[in-house]
Design a protein around this ligand. Sequence first.
Ligand SMILES: C[S@@+](CC[C@H](N)C(=O)[O-])C[C@H]1O[C@@H](n2cnc3c(N)ncnc32)[C@H](O)[C@@H]1O
Length: 291
Amino acid sequence: MDTPIPDAPPNAEQIEYWNGAVGLRWLAYNDWLDERTAAYGRAAFAAAAPQPGECVLDIGCGAGATTFELARAVGPDGAATGIDISAPLLGRARERAAALGLAVEFLEADASRPPFAPQRFDLLFSRFGVMFFDDPAAAFAELHKTLKPGGRIAFACWQDPQLNDWYERPLAAIAHILERAPVDTRQPGPFAFSDPDHIREVLAAAGFAQVELAPFATPFYLGRGASREAMADDAMEQVFRVGPIARLLEPQSEQVQAQARGAIRASLLELADDHGLEVGGAIWVVTARAG
Ligand SMILES: C[S@@+](CC[C@H](N)C(=O)[O-])C[C@H]1O[C@@H](n2cnc3c(N)ncnc32)[C@H](O)[C@@H]1O
């Protein structure tokens, strides 16, 4: 008799993704990414308003930048925990915590199956770490159980791709090379929570109440450097190494990649000025209460 093949665990693809070459590339570009996403994290942090003495969880904490901010805010009487599926990023997070002398706990675990006692946290927080669940409603329902009565959640997620130049501009530049697939907001990925109705549905199904979405937009320097050429090179490194455009181009032939590189570079170069190569970015700052 054949042995039944066990079902893959939830989020198996993402676990492989964030522990493989992508996790290592995120690690290599972590300081760069931290700087570029800092303003979005601050917007979500302000909405979260962590208080001294609170117990907080940073979902999809990556290399820990926001977990450290949370730890500072809750102080010695509180506790900050980061959870992530990426061993390489958590390794960096632990090193940074030791260097900073911060008592922060980092757990390698799937946040859709949070390994915590019920009602442990006052606050669930995330900067771009909640858009990668196979089944978001189930994941948020499990996360909801970890909140104390009256506890809250606050997270940052990207708005519609059309509002995000860092994605839209390179993609438009290669429209003549690669057919554009519509963004599927029901699939895990950076834009999985771009549709406000979808966010509200998921959070309501998971048991959250008082769901609010506040738009926040600010540009950031995709490229920096001493010259416009250097800025474009810096931006190109990022576009081709991490994120959705890199993922789109990776399986393409060398010829297509070379064509795409030329087209994207030319388009980005137009944005470079004396200060840097600036692109627009727009997020939702989502807040809700344990229902
Ligand atoms: C876009 S990165 C953001 C990382 C970090 N929050 C930051 O702002 O630098 C997304 C993170 O979510 C993590 N992640 C994806 N799916 C996850 C899951 N099911 N449970 C926990 N972490 C997950 C990834 O490993 C990655 O570190």
